[in-house]
Design a protein. Structure first.
Length: 453
């Protein structure tokens, strides 16, 4: 009789192939058997009867801001919120920590901070700015999953936007190094110009902010990034695409042979511009929330398989930075705090409301993420030999998200008060339970994950 460390019994196991009732056996943190009514004993047995067992969510886009701006979030709080949302791994962005992750020394500082406090595993993005083109090679050697560039003002003084030459040369280097370049795609000329005009005229409302970042600003930048990626042979990832037309541009380029993937975020799927009046700066982001018709375009493309992954872009800040702006919505700090809610929102609004298959949910939140960033087959799937990273969810449980449910530092989520259906009951990272029934484990234990060489 085989002896395992853990058997998760009797759940409905979700893979990209579908859903089947099976047990999952774990030894040394890895999945070693999957099948109905596995024989053998285990040190721990978890009853997953009535629950679905999904690959734990991998959030490809979070800002935990530590070291340097831990008051904004931090590894301890950010990863506990991620675990509460069914996540066991995040890909953390090179800004807004201080220093930003632009060379080997800043990578080491961030890695050290994460190893002390992170509950989930973590991978790190490096930055691509005009100041660090000569550091991409050392960042790749450190194990970054890719390089993130801003095509418009990042809002962070020590993380400058990448001009076209920086992007071109950075993509050429990334192609040589076998790493993805991720872009925040909005035209700086259009967004900065419209914002300056609005502010000069005293048009400072939330509506004025939305109008200063029109869809064309996103399309212009996506088009330019696709051209540069095609020319350099670079693998391009477009973060937080907010419009169906943006997704379509990428799909056209992919059909021409450009290696491009597209990410969208829950807020572009479940919120719209009208919600900003009600939610205020908790719903301020860039690109901004769009109208309902645009939101439905994004849903249609997501359901059609034209979007590769859904990530939170969790980017919180203290309440005084969100609220202290008075009537000037431009001055409020942007960023949506949603690291805990991606899976729950996709289950409620995608699976239950729109018939999205659970296999598609698993692909968008785990399998595709691991594949794109070189983390498969170790991460992202319920498969033999993979790390035992699992999310156990009660698919039909209905509840209202309360602020008290949230484990991130400031709990300023725009989803508080929302009716949901589908709740994460337990999250397992490499065979260890890191979240169960509302409570995250007190220990750290998260490890750096690096892409396959
Ligand atoms: Zn971001």
């Amino acid at each position: 009789m085989a002896l395992y460390d853990l058997i998760v019994r009797g759940g409905r196991v979700v893979t990209t192939a579908g859903v089947e009732r099976a047990d999952v056996a774990v030894a040394d943190g890895q999945i070693v058997a999957v099948g109905p009514e596995l024989e053998g004993r285990a040190g721990e047995e978890v009853d997953a009867g009535g629950l679905h067992v999904l690959p734990a969510l991998i959030d490809a886009h979070v800002h935990f801001n530590e070291p340097g701006r831990t008051a904004w979030e931090g590894w301890a709080t950010g990863t506990r919120a991620l675990a509460a949302g069914g996540g066991a791994l995040c890909l953390e962005m090179p800004l807004n920590a201080s220093p930003p992750t632009l060379d080997a020394a800043s990578f080491a500082a961030k890695r050290a901070a994460a190893e002390v406090a992170a509950l989930t595993d973590f991978a790190l993005w490096g930055g691509l700015t005009p100041a660090n083109l000569d550091r991409l090679e050392e960042l790749a050697a450190c194990g970054v999953v890719g390089f993130k560039a801003f095509m418009s003002n990042s809002g962070i003084a020590d993380f400058a936007a990448a001009d076209d030459l920086t992007l071109f040369e950075g993509m050429r280097a990334a192609a040589r190094l076998g790493r993805v370049v991720a872009v925040h795609a909005e035209s700086d000329a259009i967004t900065a110009g419209l914002a300056a005009r609005a502010r000069a005229a005293g048009r400072l409302s939330a509506r004025d902010y939305l109008a200063s970042r029109p869809v064309i600003a996103e399309l212009e930048a996506i088009g330019r990034a696709l051209l540069l990626a095609g020319e350099t042979g670079c693998a391009l990832h477009i973060v937080h695409v907010s419009s169906g037309r943006g997704v379509a541009l990428a799909a056209e380029a992919r059909a021409r042979g450009v290696d491009v993937t597209v990410e969208t975020c829950p807020h572009y799927l479940v919120l719209e511009g009208d919600d900003v009046d009600r939610l205020g700066a908790a719903a301020k982001c860039a690109p901004p929330l769009r109208d309902a018709a645009t939101r439905e375009e994004v849903w249609a493309l997501l359901l059609a398989g034209q979007i590769d992954l859904v990530a939170s872009d969790h980017s919180p800040a203290p309440a005084e930075m969100k609220a202290g702006a008075g009537a000037d919505f431009f001055a409020a700090w942007g960023g949506i705090a949603g690291v805990q809610s991606t899976l729950a929102l996709l289950l409620a609004e995608g699976h239950h409301r729109r018939g999205m298959a659970l296999a598609a949910v698993a692909a968008l939140t785990a399998t595709n993420v691991a594949a794109r960033f070189g983390l498969a087959p170790r991460k992202g799937a319920i498969a033999l030999g993979a790390d035992a990273d699992l999310a156990l969810a009660a698919l039909d449980e209905r509840y209202t998200l309360r602020r008290d449910d949230l484990l991130d530092r400031h709990r300023l989520s725009p989803y508080v008060g929302r009716e949901l259906r589908g709740r994460v009951r337990r999250t397992i990272r490499r065979g260890q339970t890191i979240f169960a029934n509302g409570v995250a484990a007190p220990d750290a234990g998260g490890r750096l994950v690096v892409p396959r060489a």
